[in-house]
Design a protein around this ligand. Structure first.
Ligand code: NAD
Length: 495
């Protein structure tokens, strides 16, 4: 085993890049562009560290995670400042992200033992002489690749579950938010001084690609669907398993019996929080015709009270401004109407809230991830039509349903990984619930018990307790014994 090597940030990379504040245009920090060789060296160090970390056991690891959690609380101002500097998000958005991240650190540290301890399994009548157990062993080193929109919460949702399960982590943060990524690894190093259990590598796509091709034991990727596909192809070369948490186009359904005020409030928060740059942000609403007019009136009036630059921050990347602008223009050119905002809602940094109605279902604003503070509202004759339309995109991440009588029933019929009923995005704040999508939104689950198990290998052990009177695993089986097995099978399963 090696002791702590040079920090990857100070290793061989000679090229550097800077992250910038999208609100002010000033630089936040300068970071190395790690090469494939740097990434491989980092993963190698992590392999040794993983053995030490795993040997600490659940108690040792949970103590370190608790120390890290406390350090988060004591230095929250510093972390929140960095998050805001690199993304431009409002203080309210940054605080919420911080609190949710803390929940996950606490939950994973506290529950890993109970979820992952060895379990006894029934061996069955034919194998009654065996003691059957399954253990959940750590995989080794997890490569985490993260996005910029929630630079703390999204990677933490993989990192702490991987760590709590006994793995080392190599994290490649987004090129837009490397300072937050480095803060995480630096602070973890303070509570695990012995070995580099959690390291960060910085750079652009090629650095992430090198991590996907390295000898990591699993990849946990959060980002766009297009990048997810590239990473899956890269990981296929070494048959490295992966989790993909990709984009979304989340719908909100409003039934005739819904609390219209609550649904309108949820729509504007779900659509505009974090400037709409939320993978589980509400981008489409389907409303029962009986309450459509009232709902649209309320959403319009509430949206007029929300202002970019006050209630939420700028778009984090210039690229995002172009996408949002294209979606709005396309919706309007296809017959849509902007009740709030519209084409001139997009300026050089900020996008004002935009509410669109009468947008055809095949417009990009309904089919593609906009990732901005815009929302489409569509009238439906009944909830069957709402479900059909909600399920009509390639994505399948989250959704929300507002209905007094049929919330859970409608939630079950949505083709998504998660649904909140009569509240916006609530599943994401419950650490015990698995998080993830289907279709173009990806696969695999982070958070909760399922999230801990994602970062383990189920190891089955069958221990013979005594020689069996009927042994099937021998060439010495007699016709008499086979006849007896036949009789037992008929008795057990043939009736
Ligand atoms: P992105 O796909 O552009 O980048 C994500 C990460 O992948 C970055 O660190 C980037 O450097 C890296 N990367 C780029 N090319 C790569 C390659 N070829 N190989 C390996 N790594 C590579 O995504 P983004 O713009 O940073 O994030 C926004 C997207 O993330 C949105 O689509 C959003 O919906 C999604 N997202 C999903 C979730 C979720 O939980 N499902 C959460 C947050 C964000």
């Amino acid at each position: 085993m090696t002791t702590v090597g040079p920090r990857p940030e100070t290793a061989a990379a000679s090229e550097t890049f800077s992250s910038w504040s999208p609100a002010t245009g000033t630089p936040v920090g300068t970071f190395p562009v790690h090469t494939a060789a740097d990434v491989h060296a980092t993963v190698e160090r992590a392999q040794d560290a993983a053995q030490w970390w795993s040997s600490l056991g659940f108690t040792g690891r949970s103590e370190r995670l608790a120390q890290w959690r406390k350090l988060f609380v004591h230095r929250q101002a510093q972390l929140i400042d960095l998050m805001r500097a690199e993304t431009g998000k409002s203080l309210a958005d940054a605080r919420l992200e911080f609190v949710l991240a803390l929940e996950h650190i606490a939950w994973a540290g506290k529950h890993a033992r109970k979820v992952l301890r060895p379990q006894r399994r029934r061996a069955g009548l034919l194998m009654a002489n065996q003691a059957a157990t399954v253990e959940f062993q750590p995989l080794g080193v997890i490569g985490v690749i993260g996005p910029w929109n929630y630079p703390l919460l999204t990677p933490i949702g993989s990192i702490v579950y991987a760590l709590a399960a006994g793995n080392a982590v190599v994290f490649k943060p987004s090129e837009h938010t490397p300072a937050v990524g480095r803060w995480l690894a630096d602070t973890f190093a303070e509570v695990a001084t012995e070995h580099p259990v959690f390291q960060t590598v910085t750079g652009f796509g090629p650095t992430g690609d090198a991590l996907a091709r390295s000898r990591v034991d699993k990849i946990a990727f959060t980002g766009s669907t297009a990048t997810g596909k590239k990473i899956m192809a890269a990981a296929a070369e070494a048959l490295t398993p992966l989790i993909i948490e990709a984009g979304g186009k989340d719908p909100l359904l409003v039934d005739a019996d819904a609390d219209v005020n609550a649904a309108a409030e949820a729509t504007i928060w779900g659509a505009f929080t974090n400037a709409g740059q939320t993978c589980i942000g509400i981008e489409r609403v389907y409303v029962h015709e009986q309450i459509y007019d009232e709902f649209v009136r309320k959403v319009t009036s509430l949206s007029r009270q929300i202002h970019a630059g006050e209630d939420y921050g700028p778009m984090t990347t210039p690229n995002q401004l172009d996408i949002v602008s294209t979606h709005i223009t396309d919706a309007l050119s296809q017959g849509g109407t902007a009740l709030v905002g519209g084409a001139d809602a997009v300026n050089d940094r900020y996008v004002q809230p935009t509410v669109l109605i009468d947008v055809p279902e095949d417009a990009t604003a309904v089919q593609e991830e906009t990732f901005g503070p815009t929302v489409t509202i569509t009238k439906v004759a009944d909830m069957d039509e709402a479900i059909r339309k909600a399920n009509g995109t390639r994505y399948g991440l989250g959704a929300a349903v507002f209905s007094r009588a049929r919330g859970v029933e409608l939630a079950r019929r949505l083709r998504t990984g998660m649904v909140s009923v009569n509240a916006p995005l609530s599943f994401a704040a419950i650490a015990s619930l698995p998080y993830g999508g289907m279709g173009d939104s990806g696969f695999g689950r982070i958070h909760g018990e399922e999230g801990l198990r994602e970062f383990t290998r189920a190891k089955s052990i069958a221990r013979q307790r005594f020689a069996a009177p009927i042994s099937l695993t021998t060439f010495q089986r007699s016709p008499r014994l086979d006849a007896r097995v036949d009789a037992i099978i008929k008795l057990l399963y043939g009736r």
